[in-house]
Ligand binder design. Structure first.
Ligand code: GTP
Ligand code: MG
Length: 676
């Protein structure tokens, strides 16, 4: 029951009690008023009556005890007749007369004559000069010669004085007791009382009916509000523990579950397992069909996963394309079987979006939860490490965590590099090297590629091979790109003479930066701020980065090309390599991957590869650049194949940008001198 109803019941009870009390009060007041009114009426009638029969009652008083046997007493009979005659048309039913000593000297009911009333309260009151009245109900009442039944009578004791002016002064000469019939009055009063009761109760009932209707309405509103509040609370509780996209548990809930399992493993010596999954190449779906498609894939995969787990297992989306399962009371062997089944289910699942179909792979890391598990953080770190190995082994693999794994050591090493890269970025401990790219034909279009180096705490130069894998793995490439672009543009703006002498400067960009629209805008703004020719800038992107972010890459290239910048496709031929993609990438230069170039003199296959890449590039209107040109023989072959540019130790090793500036200056000076 709701509160307003409860209040209404209490109010009803109070209302009923109030009505009853009011009725009792009304009845009391009405009775008192009626008796008062009747008393005054009795006094008036008695005064007249006493005057009329004074000689008769005085005679009887004077005779005193002689009236002991009233039957047949003529004086009494006369008085009786006189009084009856006088009161015939009044409401007086009975009259009694007492002498001042309290003896009944007359009564219209003859049998009462002679009774002693000297100690009667009414009589004593009348002796004092006051009239006392009482109302009583009689089921039978003798009045003169008649008998009445069910009557209400008011009886009044009234003192009669010889001299009416002495009333209230001395003793009365007689006391009259008269009974008047108030049955009709009393009935009328009761009738009125019932009318009031009915009226009050009726209006109260209507009032309560209205209140009840309102209370019901209020209760309904209150119930709806309560229901909504409960629904909101349940929804909030759900949102706090579930992932909004898939409806699975979220990371927070998963970690709580893992904590519980670690505790039970200690207490009950139980064995549980954690399965960590990261989808393979999920980015491809996002990049080719958009994020909405990616989201839909995640949703559909959640259903596939849900079907594969037991009801008491906890399945959660841990973030991005990562999922986790807590397998309760499950050995590693059993967990491996489930993971294999999950992997099979995911592979069999085909995701279709706007005519394109994708087959998804998943890399899985498995870890046991037992007494040795130290904490949730460590557990997740191990699961992530095992998944990393699964990725490293070629993806779509299951790897059980083993602390002795050498790959884990490598990963640990990478983690340390992450800290060092961040520190170096903070302290600006990076520098740019430059390597020459020389034309192989008659052209004089010399240009340079800028290469990143880290300077360690002791001032040693660290080659990129040491820190780039960690930067790539832990999403730091974009930060490095931001640093490189800013530094390169500043150097170029600060050395206009050098820039004028060369064709352009190449800067490498990672796949991560291609998808950053903010980055693209900041590059454009910076080029405009520094006020140099965008034609002097060439961006190199790797074939793999461009293909796996095809849409973003094409957009990126087009916007900067509109400004005048050039683009080169780096390491072409080594990656996912499809000439088909090339048609979609509006680049100006094609850099033939060094792996084909370095053995081009000895290996006919490499020779054929270089030749076909070069031919295709030319057909598409691109210029070609061969990397890894390490000796003159290679340079000769490339020239024969009509490759446009060469880069490698034979042409020039990478050197600090400042050294290149100096070298160019010296060369210029020498050129000028020999010209003189
Ligand atoms: N559609 C969609 N994409 C997301 C969401 N959260 C993260 N991603 C994307 O998911 C991708 C996950 O990246 P990774 O797992 O590192 O890359 P991957 O392409 O799956 O490659 P590997 O895992 O290395 O095989 C990133 O591109 C994120 O932008 C999301 O809620 N919806
Ligand atoms: Mg992934």
């Amino acid at each position: 029951m709701f509160r307003s109803n409860r209040y209404l019941i209490i109010a009803s009870l109070i209302g009923i009690v109030s009505v009853v009390c009011l009725m009792i009060l009304y009845r009391q007041i009405a009775l008192t008023a009626m008796v008062d009114h009747e008393t005054r009426s009795n006094e008036a009638i008695t005064e007249l009556l006493s005057k009329a029969v004074r000689p008769a009652y005085l005679e009887l008083i004077a005779r005193g005890a002689a009236v002991a046997s009233p039957d047949g007493e003529p004086a009494i009979a006369r008085l009786h007749d006189e009084i009856e005659h006088l009161t015939r048309k009044s409401r007086l039913l009975k009259v009694k007369i007492y002498n001042p000593e309290g003896t009944t000297i007359f009564s219209s009911e003859v049998s009462q004559i002679g009774e002693d009333k000297s100690d009667n309260e009414g009589f004593l009151c009348a002796l004092e000069g006051h009239t006392m009245s009482n109302i009583t109900f009689r089921d039978e009442f003798d009045a003169f010669e008649k008998k009445f039944s069910n009557v209400n009578v008011v009886s009044s004791y009234i003192g009669i004085y010889a001299d009416s002016t002495a009333a209230g002064g001395g003793k009365p000469e007689a006391v009259f007791e008269v009974y008047s019939d108030v049955t009709d009055l009393y009935r009328q009063m009761q009738h009125t009382q019932w009318l009031i009761v009915i009226g009050v109760l009726g209006s109260t009932a209507i009032f309560y009916l209205l209140l009840l209707t309102n209370a019901r309405r209020l209760d309904r509103i209150e119930a709806a509000r309560l229901e909504e509040a409960q629904r909101n609370e349940a929804q909030m509780r759900f949102q706090a523990s579930h992932d909004a996209l898939t409806g699975l548990h979220n990371r927070h809930e998963f970690e709580r579950g893992a904590e519980r399992l670690i505790e039970t493993a200690v207490q009950e010596s139980g064995e549980h397992a954690l399965c960590f999954m990261d989808l393979d190449q999920f980015k491809v779906v996002n990049d080719t069909c958009g994020h909405i498609a990616g989201d839909e894939l995640l949703r559909q995969l959640s259903v596939v996963l849900q079907d594969a787990v037991r009801t008491n297992d906890t399945l959660a989306r841990l973030g991005g394309d990562e999922f986790g399962i807590l397998m309760e009371h499950c050995s590693l062997r059993q967990a491996h079987r489930t993971a294999t089944q999950i992997q099979r289910n995911i592979q069999e699942f085909q995701f279709s979006w706007e005519g394109e179909t994708f087959q998804i792979g998943v890399s899985i890391g498995l870890v046991a939860i037992d007494q040795t598990t130290a904490s949730v953080t460590e557990l997740l770190k191990h699961a992530d490490a095992a998944c990393y190995i699964a990725k490293d082994m070629g993806r779509n693999q299951i790897q059980v965590y083993n602390p002795d794994d050498t790959i884990l050591e490598r990963r640990h090493g990478e983690m340390q590099w992450v800290a060092r890269i961040n520190q170096a970025l903070e302290k600006n401990r990076f520098t740019l090297y430059a390597q020459a790219i020389e034309p192989l034909g008659n052209s004089v279009d010399m240009h340079y590629e800028l290469l990143l180096r880290m300077i360690d705490e002791d001032g040693e130069v660290i080659p990129p091979i040491k820190f780039l894998p960690a930067a790539e793995r832990y999403d730091l490439m974009h930060k490095l790109d931001v640093w490189v672009v800013e530094r390169a543009l500043s150097l170029m703006a600060a050395n206009p003479d050098f820039i004028n002498q060369i064709n352009f400067i190449s800067i490498n960009l990672s796949g991560q930066s291609l998808t950053h629209s903010k980055f693209l805008n900041s590059v454009i703004t910076r080029i405009e701020q520094l006020d140099f020719e965008p034609e002097k800038l060439c961006f190199e992107i790797t074939e793999t980065a461009a293909i796996s972010n095809l849409r973003a890459a094409t957009d990126f290239i087009n916007r900067l090309k509109n400004l005048g910048c050039h683009f080169a496709l780096d390491d072409f031929g080594s990656g996912l390599s499809s000439f088909g993609y090339l048609k979609n990438l509006p680049v100006d230069y094609l850099k033939i991957d060094g792996v084909f170039v370095k053995d081009v003199a000895e290996d006919p296959i490499d020779h054929a590869m270089v030749k076909s890449i070069n031919d295709i590039g030319h057909v598409m209107g691109m210029k070609t650049i061969a990397e890894f040109v390490e000796n003159d023989a290679i340079r000769g072959i490339l020239r024969d194949l009509s490759v446009d540019y060469a880069q490698g130790y034979e042409i020039g090793k990478p050197m600090p940008f400042e050294d290149v500036l100096e070298l160019e200056e010296t060369r210029n000076r020498l050129d000028l001198a020999s010209g003189d």
